[in-house]
Design a protein around this ligand. Structure first.
Ligand code: NAP
Length: 321
């Protein structure tokens, strides 16, 4: 049997979802947060900050804060105001009926939950290389965010994997700190825009390793180097580095919403200009699931606040009708 209809259900528990939870709990909407379930070290409730160590750019923490501690604080703040958090994964949604219907893992035919409004904050994930060492070394020299972690690599030799705009942008940013940045690309031609290519090629701290793939990341407790494979000759080589940035793209977590919510060609949810509204009235989206541009914890948190305020106003009108 479904539980009574909730005013707000929030799907996802990263900075966007938990900020939406804090705001909607303080508005007395008693939000239910379906936070997800851990399925591997790189897929757990709390989002991408659970995979980082020091976070030094989240305002309010002059000494920095550990990613998991920041998420634990946001979680307790939401709970303090009456939010309910359940550790389940949403497996199906139906936004064509109202109240909206949601199913979780152990679902039967009946929806597990129903809600008058839903805030989608399922985030995005960095595409990884699929190497065994990635789970172990993420946050220990292995990173997917130059803006977040570049500062830790001052005067060090590091590498970036990828040949698109993200990889070049990351490399250019990292060259402010690192003594040398090597871009490792699997082809001999970059996918990035011409202007980014020019900037990277003209940067004296950046060099390129073409036709190369990373076969292995070396280091038990922190990154010490990589083993490379030349895709043309099959020749193996190694590169000593203390930092490795993977910049081969991101994937929004939107499989659940295909055919229900409008998305762009990369699968990011489309929201109204300066709004968190989606194509379905009463369904809102915030955080990285709808943001391909900024992808920061603080922008995700800000958009979570927007979604909670939008949902609150929408619910007021809905109940007034
Ligand atoms: P992208 O354009 O899809 O580029 C991904 C890069 O990673 C490609 O060079 C690809 O190689 C490489 N790659 C993919 N899988 C790989 C694997 N398993 N092993 C090794 N290399 C792999 O992704 P993006 O750079 O994140 O950009 C996404 C979108 O955002 C693009 O439209 C981009 O223009 C935009 N963006 C714009 C800016 C800007 O304008 N400042 C900044 C960042 C992103 P191949 O080239 O061989 O396929």
């Amino acid at each position: 049997m479904p539980t009574p209809t909730h005013e707000v259900i929030i799907i996802g528990s990263g900075p966007a979802g938990l900020t939406a939870a804090i705001y909607s709990a303080r508005a007395d909407l008693k939000p239910l947060i379906i936070e997800g379930e851990p399925s591997s070290t790189s897929d757990q409730p709390g989002g991408q900050l659970m995979l980082t160590t020091d976070v030094e750019n989240f305002p309010g923490f002059p000494e920095g804060v550990m990613g998991p501690d920041l998420m634990a604080n946001m979680r307790s703040q939401a709970l303090r105001f009456g939010a309910e958090i359940i550790t389940e994964k949403v497996s199906k949604v139906n936004f064509s009926n109202h109240p909206f219907e949601l199913w979780t893992n152990n679902s039967t035919d009946e929806p597990t939950y129903t809600a008058n409004s839903v805030i989608v904050s399922t985030g995005a994930r960095s595409i990884m290389l699929g190497l065994e060492a990635e789970n172990r070394l993420i946050g220990h020299g292995l990173s997917t965010c130059a803006t977040c972690d570049g500062f830790f690599f001052r005067d060090q030799e590091i590498a970036v994997v990828g040949g698109g705009d993200s990889a070049l942008e990351e490399a250019i940013f990292l060259s402010r700190f690192a003594s040398k940045v090597t871009i490792i690309h699997r082809r001999d031609e970059l996918r990035a825009s011409k202007i980014m290519q020019q900037r990277a090629l003209n940067n004296s701290k950046i060099s390129f390793l073409w036709n190369s793939t990373v076969e292995e990341i070396i280091g038990e407790e922190k990154v010490e180097g990589v083993t490379l494979n030349n895709t043309l000759t099959g020749e193996k080589s190694s590169l000593n580095i203390s930092g490795l940035f993977i910049a081969i793209g991101h994937r929004p977590n939107t499989d659940l919403f295909v055919d229900q919510l409008t998305m762009d060609e990369s699968g990011y949810l489309l929201t109204g200009a300066d709004r968190s509204t989606t194509n379905i009235e009463g369904v809102f989206a915030c955080g990285d699931v709808q943001d391909q541009r900024y992808r920061q914890a603080i922008t995700a948190a800000g958009s979570g606040c927007m979604a909670a305020l939008d949902a609150e106003r929408w619910l007021e009108n809905f109940h007034d009708k």
